[in-house]
Design a protein around this ligand. Sequence first.
Ligand SMILES: Cc1cc2nc3c(=O)[nH]c(=O)nc-3n(C[C@H](O)[C@H](O)[C@H](O)COP(=O)(O)O)c2cc1C
Length: 216
Amino acid sequence: MSKDFTDQRLSYEKGTLDSQQLPSAPLDLLQVWLDEAIAQAVPEPYAMSLATCGADGQPGVRIVLMREITESGIVFYTNYESAKGQDFTENPNAEVLFFWHEMQRQVRIRGRITKVAQTKTDAYFHKRPHDSQLAAWVSEPQSGVVSSREVMEARFAELKQQYPEGSHVPTPEFWGGYELSAHEVEFWQGRANRMHDRIVYSQQQGGGWMTKRLLP
Ligand SMILES: Cc1cc2nc3c(=O)[nH]c(=O)nc-3n(C[C@H](O)[C@H](O)[C@H](O)COP(=O)(O)O)c2cc1C
């Protein structure tokens, strides 16, 4: 069965991106756009698509949650032994993408991945709800095959006995944060007639940023 969507059209008219009014650093604009997405009640505005590519050259993409904007990039948490974690050991280059449909906006951040400090991982791990901490232990190795849901549930129940509510759950050594240090950030604002605004920030030698407008 095939289905044709070529008649589906939406006009993008919710905003503009003025190249005269840009902050000097792209992560400042990311923060502004994120605040606006929160104000517009965009559901899970921190959810982003993360694209990776390991040594086999096969790209992979999946959603992760941005947990922090730092001076130099963005931070998310995952299992270091997952498929994406394996990709990072082979190739630290990655790109993330936010799409805020309600704002007709897209942001792409390209950069290099490093692990965050263990102290930061520990602090975040222990902020998570108790059961989410246990789930991190269940999901080892994340992306590995499990024979059934029951096997996962049984492991979770075992961990709940070992670590009752309120007890200290150690941070798994295979779980933690990554920071994507940005060197190129593109902001896309949908406009009428497909005449969209695209501004890309590129990092210069010495750390400053240059902006350019791209054809849509
Ligand atoms: C809304 C949403 C949020 C997610 N957040 C995370 C996250 O913060 N960290 C994470 O490891 N996986 C998260 N996931 C699951 C990932 O998309 C993915 O299934 C998992 O990390 C395994 O990916 P991999 O096999 O490519 O390594 C999220 C999925 C969704 C749909």
